[in-house]
Design a protein around this ligand. Structure first.
Ligand SMILES: C[S@@+](CC[C@H](N)C(=O)[O-])C[C@H]1O[C@@H](n2cnc3c(N)ncnc32)[C@H](O)[C@@H]1O
Length: 494
C-alpha cells in the first residue's frame, strides 16, 4: 500500500471556534469586584418588556429585563430577542442600515478565561485548557441555580443543539460511513477523556467548590455551547461568550467576508471594553438580524459545530489523508522531500465539490508512489529540483499507480455508505425530513458527490496515460534528442 486514504477527524484538541488562550498568570481582584456588582439583589424592573409577536419564553423576558436593569440595553436598542425558526434570535425593532451597530455588550458581561480566573473556582482552574476552565465555570454556575449571578443568561441557553455530538445512536446511524461520523466520534472521545482528567484532578478533589454531581453529559453540554456560541478572532479574545450577542443566528445569504463583530473602547474617558455587533446587511423592522458564521467551514464542520448545513455545493468537502508509509524503502528521502516542501509524513487535502484538486496533492501522491526505476529522482542531486519534476507526470507506471490507488480508495470509501446519492436526493426532494435527518442526508450525499468527483478525475487521467508526457521524454527534449513528431534523433556517423 503506497498511499493511505483514511477518515480524517478534525483535530478535536483545537476546535475551530475554541482557539486556545494563554492561561492568565494572576487573578484580577478588580474582576471579582465587578462581577459582584452584577449580583441580582433587587426585583427586576418592568421596563423594556418584549412585545408578544414572537413570544419569547419567560426566561428570555427575564434575561432581557436583567440586561435592561444593568443598563446594557436601552429602549433605543435596535434589536430584541425573539422566538425564530432557528430557536432564539435577534429581531430588528426598527429598520437597520447596513453596518449599523445593533448591540454593544460591556466586558463585565463577557464570559472568558479571565472570568473564570476571577471566580471562586479560579484558584483550581489555573493550569487548565481555556475551554475546559470555561466549561467547568458554565456547569458550576448552571448548577448553582438561583445562587448564580449568571442565572438569567444560563436560563436562556438551550439544552442542546442539532450538533452531531448530541445525536442518539440511531440518529448517528444515518451518517454511517461518513467522515462526519468519524469526526463526531473522535470529538466525543476527546471530550470524554478531558472530562475524566478534570473530574479526577479538579472536580473530585474540590468537593466544596463542586458540591453536586457533574456528569459527562454536563461537560458535553458545555463543550457544545462553547463550540456553537463562543466568538473567536477577536482582539486578544479567542474564547469568549457574549450574552445576548450570542443569540445572533447564521444566514447562508450573507456572504460578506467582513466580520460583523469587534472589540472596542467604550469611549474617550472610559477604559472599559465593549463587544460591538453590526448588521452586515440592511434589515427591515421585524426581520431577524443575522450574520455569516464562517465561509470556510464545510457542511460537516457546520453540522458538528452548530447543527445545521447549507445547500451551497462548495460546502461539500472530503478530506483526503495521504501518507508516506514507514515501511517504504525510501521513507527517509521521501520524508525529507515532503518536509522541504512544507508537508510531512502525513498530508491532509481538503477537496471541495466543484473545485480543482489542491495544487500540492498530485505531486505529493507521485512522491508517495515513487519506486523502482523512478527512484533515481530521490537521489540527493535532485533534491532542489525534485518537486518541480513531481509537478509533471514522472512515468507511466507512477501515474498509473496513483490513479489505481486513489480510485480504489474512493470505491472503498463509497462502499461504506448505506445509501446511494439517488436515494438521498429522493429523500431531500420528498421534503418534510426531521432536522437531524436532513443534516445526515445532506452530508452523506455531499461526501459521496466529492468522492465521485475525485474518482472521475483519476478515471479520466487513466484514459490519458498513453498521451501524457513523462520525465524521460521531457529530458530527451531538453537535450534536443527528440524530433517534432516525438521520434528519437540518433546521431549517425558520416
Ligand atoms: C450562536 S447560537 C444562536 C442562538 C440560538 N438560535 C439560540 O436559540 O440560542 C448558534 C445556534 O443557533 C442555531 N442556528 C443559528 N443559525 C442557524 C441556521 N441558519 N439554521 C439553523 N440553526 C441555526 C444553531 O442551533 C446554532 O448552534
Amino acid at each position: 500500500m503506497v498511499a493511505l486514504f483514511t477518515l480524517c477527524p478534525t483535530s478535536p484538541s483545537s476546535p475551530a471556534s475554541l482557539s486556545p488562550l494563554k492561561t492568565p498568570k494572576h487573578k484580577s481582584s478588580h474582576r471579582t469586584k465587578t462581577l459582584t456588582s452584577l449580583h441580582y439583589t433587587k426585583p427586576l424592573s418592568a421596563n423594556y418588556t418584549l412585545s408578544s409577536e414572537s413570544d419569547p419564553p419567560a426566561a428570555v423576558q427575564t434575561f432581557w429585563r436583567w440586561f435592561s436593569d444593568e443598563g446594557v440595553i436601552t429602549s433605543k436598542c435596535a434589536v430584541k430577542p425573539g422566538a425564530v425558526p432557528e430557536g432564539l434570535g435577534l429581531v430588528a425593532q426598527r429598520d437597520i442600515a447596513r453596518n449599523e451597530v445593533v448591540l454593544e455588550v460591556p466586558k463585565k458581561f463577557w464570559i472568558n478565561p479571565d472570568t473564570v480566573s476571577g471566580s471562586e473556582i479560579g484558584c483550581v482552574c489555573g493550569g487548565l485548557k481555556p475551554w475546559i476552565a470555561v466549561a467547568l465555570f458554565l456547569i458550576r454556575e448552571k448548577k448553582l441555580g438561583n445562587d448564580s449571578i449568571w442565572r438569567f443568561y444560563l436560563d436562556v441557553l438551550p439544552e442542546n443543539t442539532d450538533s452531531t455530538i448530541y445525536w442518539s445512536e440511531e440518529e448517528l446511524s444515518e451518517i454511517q460511513g461518513t467522515q462526519l461520523l468519524s469526526t463526531t466520534l473522535g470529538v466525543k472521545e476527546y471530550v470524554e477523556s478531558e472530562f475524566e482528567k478534570v473530574e479526577e484532578e479538579v472536580i473530585s478533589p474540590h468537593k466544596q467548590l463542586f458540591p453536586f454531581p457533574v456528569a459527562l453529559d454536563d461537560f458535553l453540554w458545555a463543550f457544545g455551547m462553547l463550540r456553537s456560541r463562543a466568538f473567536s478572532r477577536l482582539r486578544g479574545q479567542n474564547l469568549v461568550l457574549i450574552p445576548l450577542a450570542d443569540l445572533i443566528n447564521h444566514s447562508p445569504n450573507i456572504t460578506t467576508e467582513e466580520y460583523a463583530w469587534e472589540i472596542k473602547g467604550a469611549g474617550l474617558f472610559s477604559r472599559e471594553l465593549l463587544f460591538s455587533l453590526r448588521s452586515p446587511v440592511s434589515v427591515k423592522a421585524g426581520e431577524q438580524v443575522m450574520i455569516q458564521y464562517d465561509l470556510e467551514k464545510s457542511n460537516a464542520e457546520l453540522a458538528l459545530d452548530y447543527g445545521f448545513i447549507e445547500s451551497r455545493s462548495e460546502r461539500n468537502a472530503y478530506t483526503l489523508t495521504l501518507q508516506i508509509s514507514e515501511s517504504d524503502e525510501f521513507f527517509g528521502d521521501k520524508l525529507d522531500i515532503a518536509e522541504s516542501n512544507g508537508m510531512g509524513e502525513t498530508a491532509y487535502f481538503d477537496i471541495t465539490l466543484g473545485r480543482p484538486l489542491p495544487a500540492a496533492m498530485i505531486p505529493y501522491l507521485r512522491l508517495v508512489a515513487l519506486r523502482g526505476t523512478d527512484a533515481f529522482l530521490l537521489e540527493s542531486i535532485f533534491r532542489n529540483s525534485v518537486w518541480g519534476h513531481l509537478e509533471l507526470p514522472v512515468s507511466r507506471a507512477n501515474e498509473e499507480l496513483i490513479c489505481q490507488v486513489i480510485r480504489a480508495a474512493c470505491s472503498s470509501a463509497l462502499s461504506g455508505y448505506h445509501t446511494t446519492i439517488e436515494e438521498d436526493e429522493k429523500l431531500t426532494e420528498g421534503g418534510n425530513l426531521d432536522r437531524r435527518l436532513q443534516i445526515a442526508v445532506g452530508v452523506r450525499e455531499g461526501e459521496k458527490k466529492v468522492l465521485q468527483q475525485i474518482d472521475g478525475i483519476f478515471k479520466e487521467r487513466e484514459l490519458e496515460l498513453d498521451e501524457l508526457e513523462y520525465y524521460q521524454e521531457r529530458r530527451l527534449k531538453d537535450l534536443g534528442l527528440v524530433g517534432e513528431q516525438g521520434d528519437i534523433i540518433f546521431w549517425e556517423p558520416k
